[in-house]
Ligand binder design. Structure first.
Ligand code: 3SL
Length: 263
């Protein structure tokens, strides 16, 4: 079940006082300067990890624990009660052998995930999360929870937020930039006097969003990773889900290293 965009906005709204938030966007984690002191980071992997994380937590998962390494995932999962865990993930878009679920946001139904800890590893998204796990406030965003994340950032008032795309194996990805632009656009719209773009990548991403905002699903299908998913088989439901804007009020938040909850 989704809630209306208007309801998401009302549910998440917090009065905005004096925010002077600098917003940067990095296409991939390695582009983040080592000495950059961000007090908040938002990781994006539109196709499909951060969309799946948002839907999992919305549908009642106890937490999502993200791993860059499959060996680390298997060791941590083995220490968790079997009836309270699910292994979820992919490599190259394909579900992993011995796992319970792949990385489809439409598969994480309440019936499957409610009350469960999801041990998750994906090609790019969970690696991106791992790279920024030291940032004090770490959130994940996708198009369905874009408004909720924007409202949360304005409520928390970080002085500098890094939006970090996951990309594909170190390279730029169109769909992450689309969602970074959607988030940046909304932050600048909500707080036009206080927040500002701190790099050209953010300004370019906002322009990208302006170009595609009336047809985000077409943008996801045009992206090279969208094309890869199409080649792998029917992903129509995933595309629809990943392109759905402002449907969820959930804000996945790191509560301990690698562990995200709907905090
Ligand atoms: O790269 C990732 O982390 C995944 O989200 C890719 S996929 O869409 O599941 O193939």
């Amino acid at each position: 079940m989704t809630v209306s965009a208007q309801a998401v906005s009302v549910l998440c709204r917090t009065p905005v006082f004096s925010v002077a938030m600098q917003i940067s966007y990095f296409h991939v984690p390695v582009e983040m300067p080592q000495d950059l002191r961000s007090d908040a980071a938002v990781v994006i992997d539109v196709l499909r990890a951060t969309t799946t994380i948002a839907w999992s937590l919305h549908n009642g998962a106890e937490a999502v624990q993200a791993f860059a390494s499959l060996d680390d995932l298997r060791a941590a999962a083995a220490a968790w009660p079997a009836d309270a865990r699910l292994l979820l993930g992919e490599r190259g878009g394909q579900m992993l052998e011995g796992f319970d679920l792949g990385n489809s946001p439409v598969a994480v139904t309440p019936e499957r995930v409610a009350g469960k800890r999801l041990f998750m590893s994906t090609t790019n998204g969970t690696r991106a999360l791992d790279r920024v796990r030291e940032v004090p406030l770490l959130l994940t965003a996708a198009l369905p929870n874009r408004e909720a994340v924007a409202q949360r950032l304005l409520a928390k008032q970080p002085s500098h937020v890094s939006i970090v795309g996951s990309g594909w194996e170190g390279a730029y990805s169109l769909e992450d930039s689309l969602a970074a632009g959607a988030l940046g656009h909304r932050l600048l719209e909500l707080d036009s006097t206080g927040s500002s773009a701190a790099n050209d990548e953010l300004t370019a991403a906002v322009s990208l969003w302006r170009q595609w905002q009336s047809e985000p699903e077409a943008c996801l299908r045009t992206a090279t990773h969208g094309q890869r998913l199409i080649r792998l088989g029917d992903h129509d439901a995933d595309f629809r889900c990943c392109a759905g804007l402002d449907q969820l009020s959930v804000v996945p938040t790191q509560v301990e290293p690698g562990v995200l909850r709907a905090a």
